[in-house]
Design a protein around this ligand. Structure first.
Ligand SMILES: NC(=O)c1ccc[n+]([C@@H]2O[C@H](COP(=O)([O-])OP(=O)(O)OC[C@H]3O[C@@H](n4cnc5c(N)ncnc54)[C@H](O)[C@@H]3O)[C@@H](O)[C@H]2O)c1
Length: 344
């Protein structure tokens, strides 16, 4: 019999890529989403064409539609929970909404699973923001980027947690609940603390999804603000690699259950904003024009994920390097620019 997965938040950027992957692997996929994120209807339309309508879609909200949530969760072998309020800036503007979706919504998912006899596996997408601004790690400023002062292979899971911003707190609180429900109630859960993810179907905005946003804003000639000096570094991970890890995490649940993993592109796929601009200009003739603004509070100068734990336990490593990934997302963005324009 086909294995069944419920992808909560499955009409969003990561969700639509994950849905496509699981459908292609022969899973029976149900997407549950309230379609609050702009572009989600376009993603669903695309998936209907691409996957010949071979999935179910349920429009529901994880905060308010508890009956539907329960009915859908119990039909499945696995739940991939991606639904969230995703931007730090919006969490500062409306912390209550952020709390409700990210913490209460996740708690609802956990409570449904806890009360089931046959409990599906739960994967939860957390964030590197749970480590705060990492001021304890000394950083040096170079010409085009920040760098760690002492040689290190990125930030590992044993780094001090320091939830910063309402978003950091709500995601951090939620991931700790997810992990603890594994410890206390025996759920099979995996938490992935994701770095910056980029790829096809990403409708990046100034507040979230920066690689996509700089491309889209430049192509649409929108004003671009650069917060800080542009030397901030992130290890970017192409969405196909992340989705591959979701599959591994489920297939190897005996090894992954109860764990929290840092997941990113790693040192080899780290890039600063200025370096991205330079690549876009040199390799693609795309010049990003911007206005400088002051640094945003809590913005990490450098975040690079140390992937050693996840690689050791699952064998997973990112396969798509940053040049391939940037080519791919730019190609997708250029091809779909008139569709994207209707959203901005
Ligand atoms: N994209 C990244 O770089 C990144 C990095 C770290 C962590 N994450 C996490 O990964 C997950 C997915 O992120 P994404 O980039 O795909 O974002 P996204 O905004 O594209 O997807 C989130 C989806 O959740 C849905 N949603 C929001 N509130 C809901 C609710 N109350 N009920 C039902 N559905 C709801 C939205 O409509 C959207 O489709 C999030 O949990 C996010 O915190 C993303």
């Amino acid at each position: 019999m086909k294995k069944r997965i419920l992808i909560i938040g499955g009409a969003g950027f990561i969700g639509i890529n994950a849905s496509e992957k699981f459908i292609k692997k022969g899973w029976k996929v149900t997407i549950l989403d309230n379609l609050s994120r702009k572009g989600t209807d376009l993603n669903l339309e695309w998936l209907r064409r691409e996957a010949l309508n071979k999935f179910n879609f349920v429009k529901a909200d994880i905060v308010t539609d508890l009956d539907i949530l329960e009915k859908e969760i119990k039909k499945n072998d696995a739940v991939l929970h991606l639904a969230a309020q995703v931007a730090v800036t919006s969490s500062v503007k409306d912390p209550k909404n952020d709390f409700s979706i990210n913490l209460v919504g996740t708690f609802h998912v956990l409570e449904v699973i806890r009360q089931l006899k046959k409990k599906p596996i739960l994967l939860f997408s957390s964030t590197n923001k749970v480590y705060g601004d990492l001021l304890q790690i000394k950083v040096k400023e170079k010409e085009s980027r920040y760098d760690f002062e002492r040689q290190m292979n990125g930030v590992s899971e044993d780094t001090q947690l320091d939830f910063h911003s309402p978003y950091g707190c709500s995601k951090g609180g939620a991931e700790q609940y997810v992990r603890d429900y594994s410890r206390i109630f025996g759920l099979q859960t995996v938490v992935l603390r994701q770095s910056c993810i980029y790829g096809r179907h990403q409708f990046g905005i100034e507040d979230q999804g920066w690689v996509a946003w700089f491309m889209i804003a430049t192509l649409l000639k929108k004003p671009i603000k650069l917060y800080g000096n542009g030397k901030q570094v992130r290890d970017i991970l192409f969405v196909d690699d992340l989705v591959e890890l979701y599959v591994h995490s489920i297939e190897k649940i005996k090894l992954t259950s109860g764990h929290i993993f840092n997941v990113g592109g790693g040192t080899l796929n780290s890039i600063s904003i200025l370096e991205l601009f330079e690549k876009l200009k040199k390799n693609h003739g795309l010049e990003v024009k911007y206005k400088k603004e002051s640094v945003r509070p809590g913005d990490q100068k450098i975040f690079i994920s140390n992937n050693e734990k996840v690689t050791k336990i699952t064998g997973w490593k990112p396969k798509i390097n940053l040049d391939q990934g940037i080519n791919e997302i730019l190609k997708w963005t250029e091809t779909n620019i008139s569709l994207i324009k209707s959203l901005y």
